[in-house]
Ligand binder design. Sequence first.
Ligand code: SPV
Ligand code: MG
Length: 290
Amino acid sequence: MSKAKQLRDRVVERGLVHIMAAHSPLSAILAEEAGFDGLWASGFELSALYGLPDVSLISMTQHLDMVRAMGEQSSLPIIADIDTGFGNAINVIHAVKQYERAGAAAIVIEDKTYPKVTSLVADGRQELLRIEEFQGKIRAAIAAKSDPDFLVIARTEALIAGLGEAEALKRASSYEDAGADMILVHSKQKTPDEVESFVRAWEGKAPVVIVPTAYPEMDEARIKALTKIAIVIYGNHAIRAAVTAMQDVFERVLRDRGIHNVNKDIVPVEEIFRLQKMDQVKADEKRFLV
Ligand code: SPV
Ligand code: MG
């Protein structure tokens, strides 16, 4: 069964699926062990991993390589964040073929102009494409895919751009008309009101995807109460967790002038051996190093 089918089936079975951001094969392994339904190959996280802002600086090749590497270490379906699709509809055709081959189960493509500016930053330059042009990109994505279950998720940044609910609904509906399987609506309001209001007003058949980073009180109970949300993406919690942990440990090592105190508070080296599957190496040594 393809990963795309696995993701679709999971949505049907569970009603709501929980997707964790990942920026490396190791974070993908940890998300799978924790029990998430899938991985978000986040552009924001990968940009941050390279110490770069999320403004279309990471190349498609860098992102694709990471999608492949994560897929090699995790059996979870991967939703690839392809930003604006790396150019116009022609670039989207190429991208979708590449991402499908790399093992992604879905892509999310957003209606901003290229190069984009990250969504949650204060006073970000948020310019949107004409609706017709973005519809062309959605149609191009659908024409390019070969697995019928591969999901094309259209993301509107109308709320992020401050254009209001009516524009967001109009765009979502136009994107559904163009064939999008689901609609991702993003918001940077500090409360869930804006997204809840959008979802209540949404009359389309396409399920909604949300990324509640800015409005963290939107928990599962509140999401399920709206009924139309199929996927919740925890968009940057892997990289933020990693930064929190490293800042804390690095600061303590220098403050303590040694590693004697932090040692008991971080995983033992054996845990890293487990994640690296060193047992397998030992077993293979016994079998083959004669
Ligand atoms: C990402 O994780 O790259 C996203 C979500 O697109 S956000 O950064 O909130 O726009
Ligand atoms: Mg992104």
